[in-house]
Design a protein around this ligand. Structure first.
Ligand code: NAD
Length: 282
């Protein structure tokens, strides 16, 4: 089936970036959220980010205008039934995504693939809520979407080879590099990254080193662009804790227990960059 029009659910941090890359690659985009102000903010961000690409001579001013015209933002579900492909990028709560997948399954023609950008929710579980589990898949973009090359493509237990092949090709058409991953808690990215961040927090808690020293070890010794504690503050300590809980509950291994210092900081409302205080002050 030819894919010309893509429906994107959720116009937040990720949804606006995903809309940006599809529109820039020539797809018509139907962007949906629950309130007009989220859509206005998303269109403003997309406009500015495309402007930056014009300034860097990656695209022309005309490309920018045309990309913006290809995006149709609106509240509600209108137009989703005419989309050839759906990417769900709504809030990371199972109940919200479960309702959306049931609803999308009833609105979209049966051949349409329903992809989720979830960081941690089981694709197999979302697929089982629909009548098309073979056409449900994870399409996990990275923030900021226009800049990051990776798309983790997550196959549920039921995802068909055809669905995987379609999404792989689509990611390549967006200029991204797809990597095939199976559906287990945290996929590959968070399964490996979060325990590293969590262990860095244990090192601070146990007085092995200061946050500055831990970060410097990783920047200078491992050539990481950002040390693990700076990165944790950037991601949000509440998000880090949620993901550690997903690994701990989903894999049932105590090696994934969240660092007590992380729990205490989240309890204190020290959530990292977004709250002004985490391992560092902002
Ligand atoms: P966000 O809070 O910035 O945006 C979520 C948007 O979804 C909001 O605008 C919200 O109004 C909207 N929404 C909620 N319920 C909806 C519904 N029923 N219908 C339509 N819209 C609805 O969140 P985000 O950071 O963009 O994350 C979105 C998804 O992407 C999550 O699943 C998250 O795990 C995943 N993700 C996030 C990142 C990241 O770095 N932020 C990276 C990879 C994946």
């Amino acid at each position: 089936m030819a894919i010309n029009t893509v429906g994107i659910i959720g116009a937040g941090t990720m949804g606006n970036g995903i809309a940006h890359v599809f529109a820039r690659s020539g797809y018509r985009v139907v962007l949906r959220d629950v309130e007009q102000r989220f859509l206005d903010r998303a269109m403003d961000t997309i406009g500015k980010n495309l402007e930056r690409e014009v300034a860097k001579s990656k695209i022309t001013a005309q490309d920018r205008e045309e990309a913006l015209k290809r995006i149709e933002p609106a509240v509600g579900r209108g137009g989703l039934g005419q989309c050839d492909f759906i990417v769900e990028a709504a809030t990371e709560k199972f109940d919200i995504k479960a309702d959306l997948f049931r609803e999308l399954d009833s609105i979209c023609p049966p051949e349409v693939i329903l992809a989720s950008n979830t960081s941690s929710i089981s694709i197999t579980k979302l697929g089982a809520l629909t009548t098309r589990p073979d056409r449900v898949i994870g399409m996990h973009f990275f923030n900021p979407v226009p800049m990051m090359k990776l798309v983790e493509v997550i196959r549920s237990l039921a995802t068909s080879n055809e669905t995987y092949a379609t999404v792989k090709e689509l990611a390549e058409k967006l200029g991204k590099t797809p990597v095939e991953v199976n559906d287990y808690p945290g996929f590959v990215s968070n399964r490996v990254l979060m325990p590293l961040l969590n262990e860095a927090m244990f090192a601070v808690m146990e007085g092995v080193a200061t946050p500055e020293a831990v970060d410097e070890v990783f920047r200078l010794g491992m050539a990481h662009p950002m040390g693990p504690l700076t990165l944790a503050d950037f991601i949000g300590l509440d998000v880090c804790l949620d993901i550690m809980r997903v690994l701990e509950n989903g894999l049932g291994d105590p090696k994934y227990r969240p660092c007590p210092l992380l729990i205490k900081m989240v309890d204190a409302g020290w959530l990292g960059r977004k709250s002004g205080r985490g391992f560092y002050k902002y």
